[in-house]
Design a protein around this ligand. Structure first.
Ligand code: HEM
Length: 438
């Protein structure tokens, strides 16, 4: 039963919950903008059959949410729908001590030195993929970015590019990730597979095949004992719990799946949005191309990437935090079961913080770095995206290569609308783009 109490919750849309649910899913950015205009920076949203969601977008309140003690707010609970894909030990699904344990094991895989070691591999994959993209015709760039980021994450995780294990793994992962994008994956488990047939049964088959390949790879690496190198899998195999014990195969499997799932669609979509925005803003595009051509492009390129993440965050909100113990945020006390949602979309489109918030103006990040609680496309606190540095590095490599080798133009007139695709928000037409050789 959803919590009905209105006790001290901020006001919010009064539409019946099925209609709020529709707006939330079908028109998410318009829904958030309208609710803030009407009710202010925090408001209550009621989605069908769920406890109330409190959307917060004031930087001080966002800070309170991101820095709350681990036993007070549980972000892991809202992510449980991903368990069939990533497995029960995934950093995404855990809270408190168990979460911190896994996070400490995963973080070394993303340290600066390892990231620098990955750069040539990412650049190779990028060059190869972009060289093969058709020139001259208008086509959505999103699916091409998806293939590219899948290759990149596979290369980063496993180091190898082809092979008897990687080729089938690429195939089965694509099928699994497609399932994750399918609304069926959002159904409660009991509704999924009444007779062991249909899409859910097919998913279980694909998952069994994927697991076999991943466990095979873990075993091989353990046998070979090559802990060095820049591959993420080696970092996990070499990682130790605080008592000195190594990660189990199951833990490694679940974290690898988490990185493959979390690191692929998000980055592809953010790249597609960046292209969509660049092709609508000739002034920004020209400045960027010139900077890249002159070889001094990094500050402007970094600003473009930050501005894209501000203006079109692919995840509109950080992971919902479920209240476990009463907590005061913005002068109100929230009781257990309600969910607190820090909204990247709203804080990053707040005219008090960003003048002209709906315009694409990378210059705003040339002078100053993004703020911890005013620029939150990667969430924050102890749940902040572990792949944030990697994602921005990858975006820079891809944009540099694309602009060095092609001219980009919009394939359709006017901006593309935002469209919900499972939990991400993508360009409505997949960012239709025409590439011509330079
Ligand atoms: C543009 C690309 C990306 C965006 C916008 C993004 C965004 C996010 C967001 C909003 C969260 C939730 C943070 C919170 O609630 O505080 C998150 C968590 C996470 N992301 Fe990313 N992400 C991106 C790329 C990646 C990549 C490339 C990887 C890995 C290779 C990755 C791995 C993760 C993991 C493991 C978590 C869970 C962290 C935890 O719960 O402790 N992400 N990401």
């Amino acid at each position: 039963m959803a919590l009905r109490s209105n006790q001290n919750l901020p006001p919010g849309p009064r539409l019946p919950s099925p209609m709020q649910t529709f707006g939330w899913w079908a028109r998410p950015t318009g829904f958030l903008d309208r609710a803030r205009r009407r009710y202010g920076k925090s408001f209550t949203v009621r989605l069908a059959a769920q406890d109330p969601f409190i959307v917060v977008s004031d930087p001080d309140e966002i800070k309170q949410v991101f820095t709350a003690p681990p036993d007070v707010l549980h972000p892991g609970e809202g992510t449980r729908i991903l368990e069939p894909i990533v497995g029960p030990n995934s950093i995404l699904l855990l809270d408190e001590g168990a979460h911190m344990t896994q996070r400490k094991l995963v973080l070394p895989a993303f340290h600066g030195k390892r990231m620098a070691g990955l750069e040539p591999l990412v650049a190779d994959v990028t060059r190869e993929q972009i060289a093969a993209w058709p020139r001259g015709a208008s086509a959505p760039i999103h699916p091409r970015m998806q293939r590219l980021t899948l290759e990149v994450i596979l290369a980063a995780v496993f180091g190898v590019r082809t092979g008897e294990r990687l080729d089938p793994l690429r195939q089965s992962l694509t099928e699994m990730l497609d399932f994750g994008m399918n609304p069926l994956s959002l159904l409660p488990p009991a509704r999924r597979a009444p007779f062991g047939r249909g899409p859910w049964a097919k998913f279980l088959k694909v998952r069994a095949r994927t697991d076999e390949l991943i466990y095979g790879e873990i075993q091989d690496r353990r046998d070979r004992g090559d802990e060095g190198g820049s591959e993420i899998i080696n970092s996990l195999i070499g990682a130790h719990h605080e008592d000195g014990s190594p990660m189990t195969d199951e833990e490694i499997h679940d974290e690898l799946m988490t990185l493959l799932v979390a690191g692929h669609e998000t980055t592809a979509t953010q790249l597609a949005w960046t292209i969509e925005r660049l092709t609508r803003e000739p002034r920004v595009l020209e400045t960027l191309v010139e900077a890249v051509d002159n070889g001094d492009g990094d500050p402007y390129l970094t600003a473009v990437i930050r501005e894209s993440l501000r203006l079109r965050p692919v995840l509109l909100n950080a992971a919902p935090r479920t209240v476990k113990k009463p907590i005061e945020v913005g002068g109100r006390t929230y009781v257990p079961r309600v969910h607190l949602l820090a909204s990247a979309w709203l804080v990053q489109h707040d005219a008090d913080i960003y003048p002209n918030p709906y315009a694409f103006q990378p210059e705003r990040f040339l002078e100053s770095d993004p703020g911890t609680y005013t620029w939150i496309p990667f969430g924050g606190g102890r749940r902040r995206c572990v792949g944030a540095t990697f994602a921005q590095l990858e975006m820079a490599i891809v944009l540099r290569e694309l602009l060095r080798t092609t001219e980009i133009r919009a394939g359709v007139d006017g901006p593309e609308a935002t469209r919900r695709r499972a939990i991400t928000v993508t360009p409505g037409r997949g960012a239709e783009t025409i590439l011509t050789g330079r």
